[in-house]
Write a protein that binds this ligand. Structure first.
Ligand SMILES: Cc1ncc(COP(=O)(O)O)c(C=O)c1O
Length: 353
C-alpha cells in the first residue's frame, strides 16, 4: 500500500471474509476499506461484486487468497485494468498457490505474505512483499530504511536503494524488515514448499475419495490450473442434507476427535471496532473511518453471511502422504453421516426448553 502511495481517503475494495489483517493494511494507511461480496462456496472475492463497488475514489483492490485458495485473478486484473486501479494480493495463507498455472502474488502490482508460524511458509514471525515494478518496491521500502552510514550509525539502507529516493530516508519509519535469522529459516523452508503443498492437495484428494457417500459436507472444487496451497481446508456444511444445525454437527465432529472450527465468525464490516459507535479505546487505524463518516451498519453482503453460516475449517498441515490420518478423518465424517438420526434426537433434546 505504501509503495503504491495509497493514502488518506483512497478507497480500496476488499473482502470482509478474511483475517482482519488484510483490512488493517488498508486502514493503517488511512485508506478506506470498501467491502465486496464473495463467492458463497469458496469465500473468495467475487469479481462480479467488485465491479459494483468501484467509484471515482477507488485506487485499488486488495485480494486475500483465503485458506490458500487462489482468487480469480484473471477477472480481477481485467476489472482493475479497465478502471485504471491497482491490485494488491494478500497471499498470507497461499504461499506457492497457483491460479491458471501462475503463482499468486505475481498477478497484482504488489503482494504481501505473512510467514507467521502456522503459515504454509512459516517461521516465528515475519513476512515478505512482492512488487511488479522496482519503483513500487523501493517506494515501499522507504518505510524500512533507517538512515545509516559512518556519520550516523544505525541500520544502513538496503543494497540497491535508488539514489533519487535517498533524500526521503529519515527516521520517520516502521521497521517492517524480517530478522536475518527468520529470513534464513524461510529460505530453507522455501525449498520444500512445492512438495509440501502437493502433499496437502494429495491428502485432501485421498480424504475426498473416502467421503464419496457423505452428503452433509462438501469441499470447494477448483478449475484446471488452480492449485490451492491449503493452509486450511474449508468445508461447507449442508444443513438441509444433514437435518441438524452446524453447531450440533461441529460438536459431534469434535467428540470424534476432529479439531474442526469456524475460522471466520464475524465478517470484517461487523467488527465492533469499525463501528462509529464503538466505545473501545481509540486507535489510529479506525479514527480515519470516523473522519470520513464511514459506517458499515447497513451494508448487507448475503454471500458472506451464507459462507459464514455454512463454513467449517480444518487445519491442514499434512505435508507428507498420510493415509492413516485421512482414514481416521474419513471415519469420523462417515460415522456422523450414518448417525444423523441420533444427532437429530440429541439436538431436539438439548434445544428443548
Ligand atoms: C490473510 C492474512 N493476512 C494477513 C495476516 C497477517 O500476518 P502477520 O500476522 O504476519 O502480520 C494474516 C495472519 O494470520 C492472514 O491470515
Amino acid at each position: 500500500m505504501i509503495g503504491l502511495e495509497i493514502a488518506d481517503g483512497d478507497e480500496v475494495i476488499t473482502s470482509p471474509y478474511s483475517w482482519g489483517a488484510t483490512t488493517s493494511a488498508i486502514l493503517v494507511n488511512n485508506a478506506i476499506p470498501v467491502f465486496a461480496d464473495v463467492d458463497p462456496v469458496t469465500g473468495l472475492l467475487d469479481p462480479g461484486m467488485i465491479a459494483e463497488q468501484i467509484t471515482a475514489r477507488t485506487r485499488a483492490i486488495m485480494v486475500p487468497h483465503i485458506y490458500g485458495q487462489p482468487a480469480n485473478m484473471t477477472s480481477i486484473c481485467e476489472i482493475a485494468e479497465e478502471h485504471g486501479i491497482f491490485v494488491v494480493e494478500d497471499g498470507s495463507q497461499a504461499h506457492g498457490a497457483r491460479h491458471r498455472g501462475q503463482r499468486v502474488g505475481g498477478f497484482g502490482h504488489a503482494a504481501g505474505f505473512s510467514c507467521m508460524g502456522g503459515k504454509p511458509l512459516g517461521t516465528t514471525e515475519a513476512g515478505y512483499m512482492l512488487a511488479a515494478r522496482p519503483e513500487i518496491y523501493w517506494k515501499a521500502a522507504i518505510s524500512c530504511q533507517h538512515p545509516g552510514g559512518s556519520e550516523a550509525p544505525g541500520r544502513s539502507s538496503e543494497l540497491g536503494f535508488p539514489s533519487e529516493l535517498a533524500p526521503y530516508i529519515d527516521s520517520l519509519l516502521y521497521t517492517y524488515r524480517p530478522s536475518t535469522v527468520n529470513a534464513i529459516l524461510l529460505v530453507e523452508q522455501l525449498v520444500k514448499l512445492d512438495a509440501e503443498n502437493e502433499a496437502r492437495r494429495a491428502n485432501l484428494a485421498d480424504l475426498l475419495d473416502k467421503l464419496s457417500g457423505v452428503r452433509s459436507i462438501s469441499v470447494p472444487s477448483y478449475r484446471e490450473g488452480d492449485e490451492p496451497a491449503l493452509h486450511m481446508v474449508t468445508l461447507n456444511f449442508d444443513v438441509e442434507a444433514a437435518g441438524v444445525s452446524r453447531d450440533t454437527y461441529l460438536t459431534a465432529l469434535r467428540a470424534e476427535g476432529v479439531p474442526a472450527f469456524v475460522y471466520i465468525q464475524t465478517p470484517l464490516h461487523r467488527a465492533p471496532r469499525l463501528s462509529p459507535r464503538t466505545t473501545g479505546p481509540r486507535v489510529m487505524w479506525t479514527e480515519n473511518l470516523r473522519r470520513h463518516g464511514v459506517d458499515y451498519t447497513d451494508l448487507v453482503l448475503p454471500n458472506v453471511d451464507r459462507k459464514i453460516a455454512a463454513s467449517i475449517e480444518l487445519n491442514w498441515n499434512y505435508i507428507d502422504a498420510d493415509p492413516a490420518a485421512m482414514s481416521s478423518l474419513a471415519d469420523a465424517f462417515i460415522k456422523l453421516e450414518e448417525n444423523l438420526d441420533e444427532l437429530r434426537t440429541y439436538e431436539r433434546k438439548t434445544t428443548a426448553v
